[in-house]
Ligand binder design. Sequence first.
Ligand SMILES: [Zn+2]
Length: 112
Amino acid sequence: MTDRVHVHGIGAVRIVYASWVMGFVPKRFVAMTLGRTIHVRGTHLPVWVLRHELAHVRQWERYGKVGFLARYLWQCARYGYANAPLELEAEAAEVRAMDATATLAARTGGTE
Ligand SMILES: [Zn+2]
């Protein structure tokens, strides 16, 4: 099952649900981005995870395949996964998404 979203400044991004790729990734990760494809473990992609992964799509676009992977692996080795600057940048995108969700919930008087 796949989806396709159009991202401003990037173009088409593919989302693959129940992706076999996730079989090679530790269980705590619900999604992973490779280039312009977001691989999802299950069949649901929460909006904050989508925002996180789209930040990684932008990073892939910014640095290229080799440039991104080299930076990412070096940063994880140097700072650890949680403190790698590329991860922190993606987390910042998550927080903005959660703010937007909270604002919408407050406006409509409901939560999702
Ligand atoms: Zn990430």
